[in-house]
Design a protein around this ligand. Structure first.
Ligand code: ADP
Length: 483
């Protein structure tokens, strides 16, 4: 079992150029389940961020010049080490993030699957030859790494959001600097330790942990040595960072907030839909950007669906993520709890019906009861904001067209879900939904083989899949004359 003070995986400072950064100036990482301190981590700032960018810049030429097979082998070693330590990494994640241990284990395997996937893709960074318009010319297209990549990642998937960016960047031949969320630095630092054990050269992968997100973010978005910036987090922060990147015309990828519709049509398998909604709504206590946020149920099956769904929600067990059988852990911080409480209360004030839960849970300070609200409308605040908590807000609709219009009436466009067994409807609705990812008779869509990303104000760029290297490569065209 993981011993926090003895494990080689528990690190207390940023990882820069293959070395661990220490400082007397520290911040405390706390377990959101019981608010107990877990570790003090050196609080890095602007200077360390600049050092990390320098290290990534210095190591870029050597890393990019390595044969793809060599980069691939190193990524594969990293993957294997992560899987070897899956249990300990999962415990560390549950301790700092709060999610149930089984989910944390799942996330470690999911994050690792990107290391494995891109280890393979590294070898397939193919170019093109193009027939030239004249006989004495040849046209060749090559893909080259963009250079130093900087990233900022959130607390809800402390391992996977980082691994899927780093894996693609390193596979393409880029070097990498990441600032994880200050709530969950330990999972990121453990990944750094394993990158070192895997033999990833100094400077190629750097982790900056600090509480001054603004100062570190300014370096990562404004330093001219950084060629590309990749962000996963809220739309509000993403907009600020995208603007900061403009002055140096960086390549930018943004994976921002969502407001996922989950549509249950009258021809759906209601049991499967209720099951899919459980997975989509309550994973990570509802704290994911692809969680069902607006549940739209056709009027003729509304009562029947709610009955089935509420029965399932009643079975959810709240508790400490380390305890066996826990389904729902704590929310990440007081601000998150306050937001979920306020959104629920305002929906009730505006006429929603409380079908289950609705309040803070007595298990601990940061816990909220799994909650089901009926008679929600599109005008309510809860339908317009990301809930990011274990609250299912259910609306009714009458026709297929109504469902599509309701689903698309948001500035977000990350994930959408719908349940239907009518093949014509499946194609019509998939086509009409303005979202980057659509789950059809499926409540979980993400895996390394598939392109993850959004449209509209949910961002741009795709992570994972054969498309995932595009964000980290530039196309170079060679025109050979005088042939
Ligand atoms: P959340 O509300 O889910 O925490 P945020 O978008 O605030 O989402 O945070 C995602 C990441 O962005 C975290 O690593 C956080 O530290 C970082 N962050 C927040 N504000 C800024 C900022 N002004 N500049 C740079 N990074 C920021």
């Amino acid at each position: 079992m993981l011993q926090l003070d003895a494990s080689e995986l528990v690190k207390n400072g940023s990882y820069i150029n293959g070395r661990w950064h220490n400082s007397d100036n520290t911040f405390s990482v706390k377990n959101p389940a019981d608010l107990q301190p877990l570790a003090d981590v050196a609080d890095a700032g602007k200077t360390q961020a600049e050092q990390a960018v320098q290290a990534a810049s210095d190591s870029f030429a050597g890393w990019a010049a390595k044969p793809a097979a060599e980069r691939s082998a190193l990524l594969l070693d990293w993957y294997q080490l992560v899987m070897k330590h899956q249990d300990d990494l999962a415990r560390l994640m549950t301790l700092e993030q709060g999610k149930p241990l089984a989910e944390a284990k799942g996330e470690i395997a999911y994050g690792a699957s990107y290391l494995q996937w891109f280890a393979e893709e590294a070898k397939r960074l193919y170019g093109d030859t193009i027939p030239a318009p004249s006989a004495d010319k040849r046209i060749i297209v090559q893909r080259q790494p963009v250079g130093v990549v900087a990233a900022i990642t959130p607390w809800n998937f402390p391992n996977a959001m980082l691994a899927r960016k780093a894996a693609a960047a390193l596979a393409a031949g880029c070097t990498f600097v990441v600032k994880p969320a200050h709530q969950t630095p330990l999972s990121a630092l453990a990944l750094a330790e394993l990158s070192q054990q895997a033999g990833i050269p100094p400077g190629v992968f750097n982790v900056i942990c600090g509480t001054d997100a603004k100062a570190i973010g300014e370096v990562l978005t404004q330093d001219p040595r950084v060629a590309k910036f990749s962000f996963t987090g809220s739309t509000a922060v993403g907009k600020v960072l995208a603007k900061q990147c403009a002055d140096t015309v960086k390549r930018v990828s943004m994976e921002l907030g969502g407001n996922a519709p989950f549509i249950v049509f009258d021809d759906a398998d209601l049991d499967a839909a209720a099951e899919g909604l459980m997975a989509s709504k309550f994973r990570n206590a509802g704290q994911t950007c692809v969680c069902a946020n607006r549940i739209l149920v056709q009027s003729s099956v509304y009562d029947a669906f709610i009955e089935k769904f509420v029965e399932k929600v009643k079975l959810l067990r709240i508790g400490d993520g380390l305890e066996k059988g826990t389904d729902i852990g704590p929310l990440i911080d007081d601000k998150a709890l306050q937001k979920v409480t306020e959104l629920t209360q305002s929906a009730l004030d505006d006429g929603a019906t409380l079908l289950l839960g609705g309040h803070h849970h007595s298990f601990g300070e940061r816990f909220f009861q799994p909650t089901v609200l009926g008679d929600v409308t599109a005008e309510m605040t809860i339908s317009q904001q990301e809930i990011f908590g274990p609250v299912a807000a259910i609306q009714q609709f009458d026709t297929e067209q109504d469902a599509i219009e309701l689903a698309n009436s948001t500035e977000y466009g990350l994930a959408a879900y719908f349940y239907s067994r009518d093949i014509g409807r499946v194609f019509r609705v998939s086509q009409a939904l303005q979202f980057g990812m659509v789950g059809i008779n499926e409540g979980m869509v993400s895996n390394a083989a598939a392109p993850f990303g959004g449209v509209k104000q949910s961002g741009y760029g795709r992570e994972g899949s054969k498309y995932g290297l595009d964000d980290y490569t530039d196309i170079k065209y060679l025109c050979i004359g005088g042939v």
